[in-house]
Design a protein around this ligand. Structure first.
Ligand code: ATP
Ligand code: MG
Length: 434
């Protein structure tokens, strides 16, 4: 993509409405535009990151055996009356009345709807286990939307729902999702700590939240420092054995932590702020009972199906990743989620030799399968460098007249600031290797 034609409305100044760094940087880097409180348009730069994150989530759900479908954003109120949640959900639910006076709502989550789909088509234990997921916009009329996309009213969530004949099966489904979550977050280059979570009004004893550690997080988490000994690579390759190990370590969300009965010595206990980026939940027959979602078991008896649900805050992750990966110049994208791999910066586009060298490398980088943002604009070099640092692409390749004379380009790694002079071919190999 040529920068000269890319729609990238960056801001020079820090916007006053932003209270935390990810919100500031997302606005400044032209990723989002607020439409109304807690509701955002995703501009091309932000949209690219959102899609990258979504794709990693999708790949790990598919790997775990979940099947993707797509349910609507608008749901019938009737279904929520059946589960009893229509009135219970309260003001966070956006209720809509259609022209025929029918009650509709913009879905804040999809337990009811997936249960309805299930009960309409599945009859026998032979069709289990089953795990269905979608990646769809949700709406919750949060009382205080803030921190940009981190606590929006409209937000993108991956939500999966498992169906099993019995509790043992449901536990297996739960652990498979646990594995998928460890892999998903680690693949994005970020450490997410799984902590035991309150299962709230629904009850049940299996729920974990996954938290990115950051001072701007709205939650508090406690965990055994031994967790810090696990590498991202180990988690990116997680399996059931690793989950069993991690489950054995103490880690709890605030409401689950009892300082008087904590099994971990205080000097070994980490107490940090966290951003909740996912939650997994076993809730048994909480929805299948009232909604009469039953299957025939081996003896031909009709039993309510055992369920769990598994959410990931896809749009929240965009902000969350910036919270843990930035510096005073801007964003530092981890390679797997970066909107482009390379910023190719021609500092003298008016110079024919520079333009020819840059055009040529632009083509070669693309041929190597890399996403390149090619800054071909007539702008001062300082402006280009500042923008490249702000938008945080993992690599910068800088082409200027002196280098072109000597047959070299400058390669800069955004995360470390390290620079190196390389031939164009060597530069290509270097950036292709990540
Ligand atoms: P929170 O405690 O932050 O309000 P939650 O526990 O109510 O979140 P869940 O119902 O567990 O949220 O939803 C699954 C995931 O969706 C959360 O782990 C979070 O990452 C994301 N999410 C929830 N609410 C929002 C929101 N208002 N804006 C952006 N993402 C959200
Ligand atoms: Mg939650």
């Amino acid at each position: 993509m040529r920068r000269s034609s890319f729609f990238l409305p960056t801001l020079r100044e820090n916007p006053t409405e932003a209270q935390i760094v990810s919100h500031t940087l997302m606005l400044r880097a032209g990723m989002i535009r607020q439409s109304s409180a807690g509701i955002y348009s995703w501009l091309p730069m932000g949209h690219r990151v959102l899609k990258k994150i979504e794709q990693i989530v999708r790949e790990e759900q598919d790997r775990a055996g979940a099947q993707e479908l797509l349910m609507p954003t608008i749901q019938p109120g009737e279904l929520w009356r059946e589960s009893g949640r229509y009135d219970d959900y309260g003001k966070e639910m956006l209720r809509i009345v259609d022209r025929h006076d029918r009650e509709l709502l913009y879905g804040p989550t999809n337990e009811e709807m997936i249960t309805e789909i299930f009960r309409g088509s599945v009859r026998s234990y032979k069709d289990l286990p089953l795990n269905l997921y979608h990646i769809q916009w949700k709406f919750r009329d949060e009382i205080r939307p803030r921190f940009g996309v981190m606590r929006g009213r409209e937000f993108l969530m991956k939500d999966a729902y498992s169906f099993d004949l019995d509790k043992d099966g449901a536990r297996k489904s739960y652990l498979d999702m646990f594995v998928a979550y460890l892999r998903t977050f680690a693949r994005m280059g970020v450490r997410a700590v799984p902590v035991r979570a309150d299962s709230g009004a629904i009850g049940g004893d299996m729920s974990h939240e996954f938290h990115i550690l950051a001072d701007t997080g709205e939650s508090e988490v406690y965990y055994d420092a031994a967790f810090d000994g696990y590498s991202l690579e180990q988690m990116a390759n997680a399996d059931l054995a690793l989950v069993e190990e991690l489950e054995g370590l103490y880690a709890a969300a605030d409401e689950k932590h009892d300082p008087d009965n904590c099994p971990v010595e205080s000097d070994q206990l980490q107490h940090r702020k966290g951003i909740e980026v996912g939650q997994i939940f076993y809730f048994g027959t909480y929805y299948s009972d009232p909604l009469a979602a039953t299957v025939a078991n081996q003896d031909g008896e009709s039993v309510p199906v055992e369920m769990g649900s598994y959410g990931i805050g896809v749009s929240r992750l965009v902000g969350g990743l910036i919270e843990v990966s930035h510096d005073d110049k801007g964003i530092i994208w981890p390679d797997p989620v970066a909107p482009f791999n390379v910023a190719l910066i021609n500092i003298r586009p008016a110079d024919d030799k520079c333009a020819a060298a840059a055009d040529d490398l632009y083509i070669q980088l693309q041929n190597a399968g890399l996403d390149v943002l090619y800054d071909d604009r007539e702008e001062r070099p300082g402006v280009k460098f500042a923008e490249a640092d702000l938008i945080g692409l993992p690599w910068q390749i800088i082409i200027g007249p002196r280098g072109v004379e000597n047959g070299v380009v400058e390669v800069k790694r955004r995360a470390t600031g390290e620079t190196e002079e390389l031939t164009p071919d060597a530069a290509l190999n270097k950036v292709s290797a990540t």
